[in-house]
Design a protein around this ligand. Structure first.
Ligand SMILES: [Ca+2]
Ligand SMILES: [Ca+2]
Length: 290
């Protein structure tokens, strides 16, 4: 009798732990490798609350108490960025997602990098391998752009999504996410989401200085070469060139999985924990959503 009760007790404890694990924060955030909340409010460090890849603040950006989710950081478009130490995870991840809240002050004056990673000589366009989310791209203004490629390797080797629809809003927050699947090929796929909606690429592409059509499709038959990446993720600037972000950035998250559209929409509604909750929906509070 005692033995049977003991077994039942153990089973009860086991099941309780199982349920707790399914709903715990750790499980809910599986796949989250970095999270810069930008709630720090003071000092020269942007803490990564998920993966320990703290960022060093360069230039003179300022902390803002009223961001999208609690605090944020304000960049003036002149020399401001955060240099994080996120390197290895995106070097090798077969699937990954980068996501960010931004509020840009300008949309019609050249390329502004929101998130960037790659060869330090990369400037958002050129022969270097890099990854970025940006406002505007090369010859295009008033668009959003996602890029996982090298400008020196064109047809079939790049993910370069230029939004078909214009983006001109300078009066509010927007969420931008790039979800990459099968980054090592043979077929790499990228999906760009603006405010949780799929961004239709400018399918016609455009011609660069060499007369080659740069594909603005969202898949490629040859993966970009990440072995040339030598600089960790930056928030607000590329490796080279003065293409700094002008506006506010908040709640940067990096995932080692390809978030689906539903996941991204959950992320927008409720913060990082809700994107991958395995069972049901908890009333997760993730700061004060504006
Ligand atoms: Ca924040
Ligand atoms: Ca500045």
């Amino acid at each position: 009798m005692f033995m049977r009760m003991n077994m039942r007790f153990r089973l009860l404890v086991f099941l309780t732990l199982l349920v707790f694990a399914a709903f715990s924060g750790t499980s809910a955030m599986a796949g989250l490798v970095a999270h810069w909340k930008l709630d720090d409010g003071t000092g020269a460090t942007a803490v990564d609350s998920a993966g320990g890849h703290d960022g060093t603040i360069e230039g003179d950006p300022v902390w803002e108490a009223n961001g999208k989710i609690d605090g944020a950081m304000v960049f003036d478009g002149d020399g401001d960025y955060i240099q994080t130490t996120l390197m290895d995870e995106l070097h090798t991840a077969e699937n990954f997602t980068i996501a960010v809240w931004f509020w840009t002050n300008v949309t019609d004056t050249g390329q502004q990098h929101i998130l960037w990673m790659g060869d330090v000589a990369g400037n958002g366009w050129g022969g270097q391998q890099e990854l970025h989310l940006s406002i505007n791209h090369f010859a295009y203004s008033n668009i959003v752009n996602a890029y996982f490629a090298s400008g020196g390797e064109l047809d079939g080797t790049a993910i370069n999504i230029v939004s078909k629809e214009e983006f001109t809003d300078t009066s509010g927050w927007h969420h931008l996410a790039l979800a990459i699947k099968n980054a090592n090929g043979p077929i790499v796929t990228g999906r760009l989401y603006l405010d949780g909606e799929w961004v239709e690429p400018l399918v016609d592409g455009f011609v660069n200085g060499d007369g080659d059509l740069f594909p603005t499709i969202d898949s490629t038959d040859k993966p970009p070469d990440r072995t040339e990446w030598n600089t960790a993720l930056r928030i607000g600037a590329p490796g080279a060139a003065s293409r700094y972000f002008n506006g506010m950035i908040d709640d940067v998250t990096i995932w080692d999985k390809t978030l689906a559209q539903d996941d991204i929409q959950d992320l927008i509604k409720g913060g990082p924990g809700t994107a991958v909750q395995p069972v049901g929906k908890l009333a997760t509070t993730w700061g004060a959503l504006k």
